[in-house]
Write a protein that binds this ligand. Structure first.
Ligand SMILES: Cc1cc2nc3c(=O)[nH]c(=O)nc-3n(C[C@H](O)[C@H](O)[C@H](O)COP(=O)(O)OP(=O)(O)OC[C@H]3O[C@@H](n4cnc5c(N)ncnc54)[C@H](O)[C@@H]3O)c2cc1C
Length: 443
């Protein structure tokens, strides 16, 4: 049973550092919490911390046995907690970029880092080459998760695992309805239930459901930071090959591009640069699958410039001279990629000295503007984050309180924004968690 309030919670929630908290002015009358945080991911734990620090009596509940399961998987287990620099333009939202900027920049990166290294008690190191920040010890995600749990407990937050919330009824006293046991009395509720990615970690999209039940609209969720399926058998034969590329999407002034590592896999493409761009394909797939899909634009193309070299950079490699094109490429491109590209153009045996102008142009295009044969983006089960969610315009930017239901607050991935690989999503979770927790405590 996870509902109601246990007797131990009455007694130890009533005083922290010798001072009464929230409702606790009359301990005997107390039947609930000032703030109930639903979801113990990085955003929920941060919200709980700041609500308790502001003097609220806080309960954090999570449907999993203990909070922060996704943190354990993060960064391949190493847990990339922050980026070394932040740019709001790198984030993706269907809401106003202005709202996103205001929220994201409400807590400067150095201060977020100070919070992790101070009250949370983590030691952090920067990886200059990748621009990522990790915990310095060998514990990775477990180190981060455990430090957070300890810190929120120290602040007086009550934590209940195996406690699935099934509804939020803002007009009821017992407004947090749980799967088993009586509902939990709460003055304010923070919804920090994450998105829909990796649902086995507890993030099943419940927050989206609740937001809609409370009257909010929803930017339809889609998988993001996810691998792409597609390619030819020859591409699959290159599985494991990784190289830096420039990857571009869109055309004209809609064209965006970024540089990073690209990885061939047995079933498609991965690597940071692919994950960062994959939402373009996922969003297109989501729109196509919608019941009343409008006339669809063609699937967005992802174009690769191998090694981030332009056509003119490659011209010198193909300059007329002795030897085959294949040999020239093998000196510039890693692995068997040059062979695969030449096979696709049926130019495997081409000699540099006799290369026709149109064939040279085709090779240059394959090297600098190669359209990836993509079938589809991976699903929520494989996506590191969920795009879409509660529109940023439907929450107050200073507190993340619902504009429709003043006692409810949202933070983390349930909101309509995500950032690229590199610690940007934890940063979003911390920043929004702080706003929502402080907002709920003073609401
Ligand atoms: C494999 C992987 C690797 C990643 N690596 C990184 C990385 O290195 N750096 C980075 O910045 N980001 C990374 N991310 C993304 C990052 O983990 C998420 O963006 C972040 O965890 C979102 O935080 P959150 O608090 O919003 O939600 P979540 O972490 O998803 O937490 C939501 C919590 O709510 C609970 N919950 C849900 N529904 C209910 C309910 N009905 N009742 C009670 N509890 C409920 C869940 O059990 C869960 O604990 C990674 C993600 C994945 C999947």
């Amino acid at each position: 049973m996870c509902g109601g309030r246990s007797s131990s919670e009455y007694s130890d929630a009533a005083f922290v550092n010798g001072r009464p908290l929230g409702y606790a002015s009359s301990v005997t009358k107390k039947t609930g919490f000032d703030v109930v945080v639903i979801g113990g991911g990085p955003s929920g734990m941060t919200a709980a911390y700041f609500a308790a620090k502001a003097g609220a009596d806080v309960l954090l509940v999570d449907s999993r046995p203990s909070p922060g399961e996704k943190i354990l998987l993060s960064g391949g287990g190493r847990c990339n907690v922050l980026p070394v620099s932040v740019g709001p333009e790198a984030y993706v939202t269907d809401s106003s970029p202005h709202s996103l900027r205001k929220i994201l920049l409400s807590w400067p990166l150095e201060e977020v880092r100070g919070f992790l290294e101070g009250p949370i008690g983590l030691r952090l190191i920067e990886q200059k080459r990748t621009g990522k920040v990790f915990p310095a010890g060998s514990g990775g995600g477990a180190e981060v998760r455990d430090a957070f749990i300890k810190a929120i407990r120290r602040t007086g937050v009550k934590v209940r695992g195996k406690c699935r919330v099934v509804d939020v009824l803002p007009d009821e006293r017992r407004r947090v309805v749980v799967e088993s046991g009586p509902g939990i009395v709460a003055s304010h509720v923070v919804v920090a239930t994450g998105g829909m990615s990796y649902p086995k970690t507890g993030s099943t999209g419940f927050g989206f459901e609740i937001a809609q039940r409370l009257g909010h609209s929803l930017i339809p969720p889609y998988p993001a930071l996810v691998l792409l399926y597609g390619g030819t058998p020859a591409h699959h034969g290159l599985a494991g090959l990784s190289l830096p590329v420039r990857l571009s999407t869109g055309d004209g002034n809609q064209r965006t591009s970024s540089v990073g590592d690209f990885l061939f896999t047995h079933r498609g493409y991965s690597g940071p640069v692919v994950l960062n761009a994959a939402h373009a394909i996922a969003r297109w797939g989501r729109a196509k699958a919608a019941p009343a899909a409008p006339a669809m634009s063609p699937r967005p193309a992802l174009r690769v410039s191998w090694l981030d070299r332009s056509a003119s950079d490659w011209e010198s490699v193909l300059a007329p001279g002795p030897g085959t094109v294949r040999t020239a490429l093998s000196e510039a491109l890693p692995g068997r990629l040059g062979d695969v590209l030449l096979d696709e153009l049926d130019l495997h045996e081409a000699e540099k000295s006799t290369l026709r102008r149109d064939d040279r142009a085709r090779i240059l295009k394959a090297l600098s503007d190669y359209e990836l044969p993509i079938r589809r983006a991976g699903g929520f089960g494989e996506a590191e984050v969920t795009g879409g969610g509660v529109p940023l315009g439907e929450v107050l930017p200073r507190t993340l309180g619902s504009r429709l239901v003043p006692t409810v607050f949202f933070c983390g991935e349930v909101l309509d924004a995500f950032g690229p690989i590199g610690g940007h999503n934890f940063l979003w979770a911390f920043v929004t968690g702080r706003l929502a927790g402080s907002g709920a405590a003073s609401g």
